[in-house]
Structures are given as structure tokens and as C-alpha cells.
Design a protein around this ligand. Structure first.
Ligand code: SAH
Ligand code: SF4
Length: 348
């Protein structure tokens, strides 16, 4: 059986109006079985079910956080597992999707990097994460308006599959998403950034810089040995020039490594003329991490220094920490069961 989610709406089986009906069931109604598609003749539903599959998962497990986000653990059809996170904040329903099982980049501060590389996800597996989350949340897939590819994996090292999934998200007859609401986050693979600029889909790019100097960057990001900061920023400048999309720079603050005021000053200097926005990420701890996060006061001071130098800066206080759903915590760890508070008056 082949995954039907790999098909663009115009490639779906049947005549024009059948294609439109199937696309509507998949992307507006979020059907996970052909038997749900009740306005198709029964024989056709059965024929479709013999040839195509709708879901890429053998098992979907959900772990709700106290703060409203939900971590999803997916068992793929070959038994490998990956994760995604649902974040329903401020009326902006957002999903954080994975592009791989694990990650080959091996960044020192990232739990996904520490688990190594499993495999690339297919376009259908990337899209299926969004559809499964919508289904579980009782939403139409089209109600999910924001996608960040910030889960497991490096999207620019699986660009073919990621681009296909993104094109289906953007397609008017599929998820009809706005490109401005799709963000690809990369550790900095220049070739991938140039290709993304060529594709010119209008999606947002976030660069995980984490250090303003190559020496520090090499200590925390193995791919920094291959790609110097200057080369990455040149690619980012090209992306901005070509797409006019302002790039976000992500910077996870690690104690004693990249959080000194001179590094804030060097960062501000590097970003001159780039029209970039800096997103500081407090480090999310995980078991066995070889690094520590910068304490709160240090984070605020680093942000202040950047702002003083005219760099638009925000701090992304993470959500979902209690279930291991925060940035960089995705490593297939099943969270401890939540302690439910005792009901009012209990134990008296
Ligand atoms: N591979 C891509 C996207 C996935 S990681 C990338 O590296 O950009 C998404 C974001 O989480 C990146 O900015 C990454 O640096 C950050 N991150 C990884 N581990 C983290 C941790 N333990 N605490 C905080 N942020 C982390
Ligand atoms: Fe991979 Fe991104 Fe984690 Fe680095 S931070 S190991 S690139 S997922």
C-alpha cells in the first residue's frame, strides 16, 4: 500500500470532482479512514483502501503538559518512533513537527542530537503528524494555522521530503496554509538555505546560531567545523534578499559558554544590516546533558545588552517541560505520570 498523503490534490485518484472530494475529506475533515468518506460510492472506498493508506502510524500516544501543550509520541509503521508537540496558545494553534527520527548533527545541548540518527521521515510522515494531532484535538486540520519544523531532526538535511510536505501544507486544496506561518529551523546548512531561497515558497527561516564566534560554536555544534559562521550568514543574507522574509536567529544560552557580554556585543555586530530578530532560548535540561543553562538573571542581562545595541530580541520561555516537550527535549522519553492534585477537602 502506498501513502495517499504523498500525492498533491491534483494527483489524487479518480476524476476531478472525486479528487476534490477526497482532498476535502483528508484536509478539511481530517478523515483517517476511507470508510468515513461517506459521499464516495462504497466500492470506491473499498478499492481506495486496498491501494492506499491514510495514516503512517502504528500507535499515537499523547502526553498533556500542565501548561496546555501536548507531546505526541508516534510509532511509525517500521517500529521507529518520532515526536511532535501541540501548542494551543493565544488562539494560535501551533504544531512543532519532526523531520527525522533522531538527528545526525549531534549538538551538545540537544537531547535529540544525543540519541543519534534513526532515519529521515517521508513527506507523508511529516504531514501525518499534523493530521494525527488535529484528529486527537477534535479539530479540522485546517484549523492548525502555524507549523514550526523544530522537532526532531535537521529539516535542511531532509529537504526533498520537507519541501514536499510544505508544498502540500500550502496547497489551496490541501491545508491552504499561509507561508508566513510555516517556519523551518536549521542548524545552518548553507547549501540547504540557498536551495530554500531558490524554491521561494515564502516560508520563514530560523537559524540556530548559538554563538557569535566559530571557536565557541564548534564546541557545541559539530557541523560548525564544516560551515563557518560567515558562510552561513552569507546564505542567510541571500535568503533575506531573495525572499524579503526576516530571518530569526535562535540562541540557546549555555552557562559559561556563549552567555558573556562580549558575545552579545559580537553578535550585535555580526547582525548589522541583516534585519534579523534574535530569539533567546533558555536551556531546557535533560538527563545526562553535558551542559548547563544560563541562570535567569544572565538571560535577562544578555537580552538587555542586545537590545541596548539595537537588536530586536525576545526570550522564548519554554513550555511543556514537565512532559519533555520543550525545545531540545525530544528524545522519546515517556514522561512520568502527572501527579494529580488532591480534590478540595481531601485528606482532612
Ligand atoms: N535541527 C533544527 C531544528 C530542531 S531543534 C535546529 O537545530 O534548528 C529546534 C531548536 O531547539 C533549535 O534552535 C535548537 O538549537 C534548540 N534546542 C535544542 N536543544 C535545546 C535545549 N536543550 N534547550 C533549549 N533549546 C534547545
Ligand atoms: Fe539536530 Fe537541531 Fe538538535 Fe542540533 S539542535 S542535534 S541540528 S535537532
Amino acid at each position: 500500500m502506498r501513502p495517499i498523503l504523498e500525492l498533491f490534490p491534483e494527483e489524487l485518484p479518480g476524476e476531478g470532482f472525486r479528487k476534490a472530494q477526497i482532498a476535502h475529506w483528508l484536509y478539511a475533515k481530517g478523515a483517517l479512514e476511507f470508510s468515513e468518506m461517506t459521499d464516495l460510492p462504497k466500492a470506491l472506498r473499498e478499492a481506495l483502501g486496498r491501494e492506499w493508506r491514510l495514516s503512517e502510524f502504528a500507535l499515537v500516544e499523547a502526553y498533556p503538559s500542565r501548561d496546555g501543550s501536548v507531546k505526541y509520541l508516534f510509532t511509525l509503521l517500521d517500529g521507529q518512533r518520532t515526536e511532535a508537540v501541540y501548542m494551543p496558545y493565544e488562539n494560535r494553534k501551533t504544531v512543532c513537527l519532526s523531520s527525522m527520527v533522531g538527528c545526525p548533527a549531534g549538538c551538545a545541548f540537544c537531547a535529540t542530537g544525543a540519541m543519534g540518527f534513526g532515519r529521515n521521515l517521508t513527506a507523508a510522515e511529516i504531514l501525518s503528524q499534523l493530521l494525527a494531532i488535529a484528529h486527537h484535538q477534535g479539530l479540522s486540520p485546517r484549523e492548525i494555522r502555524n507549523v514550526v519544523l523544530m522537532g526532531m531532526g535537521e529539516p535542511l538535511l531532509n529537504l526533498g521530503n520537507v519541501l514536499k510536505a510544505v508544498r502540500i501544507m500550502l496547497h489551496k486544496k490541501a491545508l491552504a496554509m499561509s507561508p508566513r506561518r510555516i517556519t523551518l529551523s536549521t542548524v545552518g546548512i548553507p547549501k540547504g538555505i540557498y536551495r530554500l531561497a531558490e524554491e521561494d515558497l515564502g516560508v520563514r527561516l530560523a537559524l540556530s546560531l548559538h554563538a557569535p564566534d566559530d571557536e565557541t560554536r564548534k564546541r557545541i555544534i559539530p557541523t560548525a567545523h564544516r560551515y563557518p559562521i560567515a558562510e552561513i550568514l552569507e546564505a542567510v543574507r541571500h535568503y533575506y534578499a531573495k525572499t524579503k522574509r526576516r530571518v530569526t536567529l535562535e540562541y540557546t544560552l549555555l552557562k559559561g559558554m556563549n552567555d558573556d557580554p562580549w558575545q552579545a556585543r559580537l553578535l550585535a555586530k555580526l547582525l548589522k544590516g541583516l534585519s534579523a530578530h534574535v530569539n533567546l532560548i533558555p536551556f531546557n535540561p535533560w538527563e545526562g546533558a553535558p551542559v548547563e543553562g544560563t541562570p535567569r538573571a544572565g538571560i535577562l542581562a544578555f537580552a538587555e545588552e542586545l537590545r541596548r545595541l539595537g537588536v530586536p530580541t525576545s526570550i522564548r520561555w519554554s513550555r511543556g517541560q514537565d512532559v519533555g516537550a520543550a525545545c531540545g527535549q525530544l528524545a522519546l522519553k515517556v514522561p512520568k505520570p502527572l501527579l494529580t492534585p488532591l480534590p478540595e477537602g481531601a485528606g482532612r
